[in-house]
Design a protein around this ligand. Structure first.
Ligand code: ADP
Ligand code: MG
Length: 706
């Protein structure tokens, strides 16, 4: 019988009264053998039921042939059996009243339709019985706080599961085990680690929710491949933020830009990674690009107070180490701290007066006493320094590495008594000569880093955290009303009509059938003109010779249409030509683009960047969840590489950023209003004139699904 007093949900799964290991053995070459051995070795405090019909006992614990034979129904079951046995095992557990099962076995939805169908079946069986599933295709769970090791990884062959305040949810089991292993060798511990595999039943956000509410967890790390429920992820991010619990994330697929030959430029520039990154930034999730940096930032967050600023003080034992660190900081765009008067005064005692304010603070250059005696005093000063957000302390090889590191720890402790507890990232650079320092630091519960780069990445993580200002897309105030029932690709003329209805400035144009009609239309327009082919089969018009610019009047327009028609008949004989667009030419302006996509997880996203035909080349894009206000659009523009050009570079006049931001906001509303059927849109180029003179979209396309 299950104990009704146990906590419900994941809390209950992690504190089972009894665990059955289906596929248990003593064979360490097998998943089931390692998993069972590790569960026993780490002294799980409840009852263990090894299930193996061929054995009487395993590791001295009585064995059972099947779940039905155990004296009480196991609260939790873990399965490491061949795939074809999983369904029967799930059925047995469901029948016995087991509350949850962890399925290690793979080859379900991770390998084709047959596996996916089987996965759906076992989920149905479990749900009908009110049993929850973790996996399949996962590496299990590790809960040091509960002495629960349900994982076959060799990372667990250690004396004691390392306890700490970091929770992990990983879509990759191998990565979870690797993170766990690397971190524990540095003395970093965990509250609970979940490998979630195919997420057939319980999904990433279930575990995030648990860790957010879990008092033993202070920081959450997650490795994401693809989300099942984007909106819920955003909800969890908001909840974690409200709880003051940082979520750090690494996501696979950064370089997987959508199909390069997509309908719009926008789609090829903004893959799902960019949408995820945008969602993270807008909800305060700290996205990092590697797992080591994620764990070390998490360790730092659980060790130190969060700094108020990202200015870095370098405390070093070598001029060279300090200088390299300073260079790397500059590369990363991280500010070097300017020391305050208090620090300068405190340093009089140690340094010649011209060195008291110098960052990097090089203990090797001290007047006397060397680094050993000084590391304590320098650290105390930096902990109190108002210009310093965090300290990076690269320590080089010397006979005193351990003593210097302990001096830094002493300095931190003394400062902490006075309330100063900012991060101090000690980088133990030596090889074996640093081993004692590493051991001493671990014994003291102090984290250290192995390289300057690692420290820089942690500092970058802090900067991301400090810079995040979460926002939610507006929910009312649309400047227009999107028509219903749109489908397929809207050509330039149709797209511009829609944009104009939202108040996005576009140039005037008329579609004509042939050269004569073109001349008549041109006669009714002023200034230089442009002719473009209108064809559903020619998406990139200029590549196909379908754009003629700078035409002086009716005659040139009619000639351009005639020759374009003749040329396309040869080069694109199968293209359906719907006509020719005669439009006003806009000159003397800077080319930007505005785009939008509809992310399957996070909904409509708006983009703006450097445009025209160089758009893919420059990849200078800012993205936000749509809709955005003009003020938010202005902030997007500020982050672009071309921002200085917009602002008026080297004496050139400033461009009409306000008009561009207004257009971005209007496009974002259109994308949001078009609803579920919306796929992609781009206005490229938007020609931006000098301040006060507005901007004009001269090319546009919209794609609706269906
Ligand atoms: P496509 O992107 O399909 O090749 P565009 O309509 O964007 O075709 O035209 C290609 C380029 O021609 C634009 O990037 C822009 O530089 C220029 N251009 C197009 N229309 C105009 C216009 N009305 N005024 C000024 N320049 C234009
Ligand atoms: Mg274009």
């Amino acid at each position: 019988m299950t104990d009704m007093n146990r906590p419900a949900g994941i809390g209950g799964i992690l504190a089972p009264g009894s665990v059955a290991v289906i596929g248990a053995s003593e064979d360490l070459t097998k998943f089931g053998g390692r998993l069972y051995t590790l569960l026993v070795q780490h002294k799980f405090p409840g009852v263990i039921y090894p299930i193996n019909p061929k054995r009487e006992s395993l590791l001295g614990i009585q064995c059972y042939a099947a779940i039905g034979d155990t004296p009480t129904a196991p609260d939790l079951a873990v399965m490491a059996v061949p795939r074809d046995h999983v369904k029967a095992a799930v059925q047995e557990c469901a029948a016995a009243g087991t509350r949850a099962a962890v399925i290690i076995t793979a080859k379900f939805s991770d390998s084709g339709e047959e596996g996916a169908a089987l996965e759906r079946e076992i989920v149905e069986i479990a749900r009908a019985a009110g049993m929850r599933l973790i996996g399949p295709n996962c590496l299990g769970i590790i809960s040091p706080a509960n002495k629960l090791a349900l994982c076959s990884s060799p990372a667990l062959f250690v004396d004691k599961l390392p306890e700490g305040r970091i929770g992990i949810v990983s879509q990759s089991g191998a990565l979870m085990a690797t993170i766990f292993d690397r971190a524990q060798t540095r003395g970093v511990g965990f509250s609970h680690c979940f490998s979630i595999g195919n997420q057939a039943d319980m999904e990433l956000c279930d575990f995030l929710e648990f860790l957010i509410d879990d008092p033993a967890t202070g920081v959450i790390c997650t490795y994401v491949e693809g989300l099942k429920d984007g909106p819920r992820f955003l909800e969890m991010a908001a909840r974690a933020r409200a709880a003051g619990k940082p979520i750090l994330a690494v996501k696979a697929g950064r370089t997987d830009f959508g199909a390069a030959a997509a309908f719009s430029h926008t789609a090829s520039l903004a893959g799902s990674y960019d949408a995820f990154a945008t969602a993270c930034r807008e909800t305060g999730v700290v996205l990092l690009d590697d797992a080591d940096a994620m764990i070390m930032l998490a360790a730092s967050l659980t060790t130190f107070a969060t700094p108020a600023r990202s200015d870095v003080a370098i405390l070093t034992t070598s001029g060279g180490g300090g200088a390299i660190t300073a260079d790397r900081l500059a590369d990363a765009g991280l500010p070097m701290a300017a020391f305050d008067d208090g620090t300068a005064a405190a340093m009089e005692e140690l340094f010649d007066s011209h060195l008291t304010r110098v960052n990097p603070m090089d203990m090797g250059a001290a007047k006397f006493g060397g680094s050993t005696a000084n590391s304590n005093k320098c650290t105390q000063a930096l902990m109190k320094d108002s210009g310093t957000g965090l300290v990076i302390a690269p320590i080089t090889t010397s006979p005193d590495v351990a003593k210097i590191c302990m001096g830094i720890c002493d300095g931190m402790e003394i400062a902490a008594e006075g309330g100063a507890r900012k991060p101090c990232l000690i980088v133990v650079q030596p090889g074996q000569a640093g081993d004692k320092a590493r051991a001493d630091l671990r014994a003291r519960g102090m984290i250290y880093l192995e390289s300057i780069d690692e420290a820089i990445r942690v500092a970058e993580g802090y900067r991301t955290m400090l810079a995040s200002s979460p926002r939610n897309p507006a929910s009312s105030g649309s400047p227009g009303k999107a028509p219903e029932g749109l489908s397929g690709a809207l050509d330039e003329a149709a797209a511009k009509t829609l944009l104009a209805a939202y108040g996005v400035p576009v140039n005037r144009g008329e579609v004509v059938a042939e050269a004569g009609e073109g001349a008549l239309t041109a006669g009714m327009m002023d200034g230089p003109l442009v002719v473009k082919v209108v064809s559903p089969d020619i998406v990139h018009k200029s590549d196909a010779g379908g754009v003629a610019l700078n035409l002086a009047g009716p005659e040139e327009v009619s000639e351009a249409i005639a020759s374009m028609q003749a040329r396309l008949a040869k080069s694109h004989p199968d293209a359906k030509i719907d006509g020719f667009l005669v439009q006003e030419m806009v000159s003397g302006a800077f080319e930007m683009f505005i785009g939008a996509t509809n992310d399957p997880q996070f909904g409509p996203m708006v983009m703006v960047g450097a445009g025209g035909v160089v758009i893919e080349l420059l990849k200078d894009v800012a993205m936000a969840r749509a809709p955005v206000t003009p003020a938010e659009a202005t902030a997007m523009l500020t982050g672009l590489k071309v921002a200085p050009l917009l602002a008026g570079y080297r004496g050139a006049p400033a461009l009409d950023v306000a008009a561009l931001a207004d257009a971005v906001s209007r496009v974002s509303w259109l994308a949001a209003d078009l609803g579920e059927g919306f796929a992609e849109l781009d206005v490229n180029p938007v020609l931006v004139r000098v301040a006060g003179q507005g901007c004009t979209g001269v090319d546009a396309r919209i794609l609706m699904e269906g």
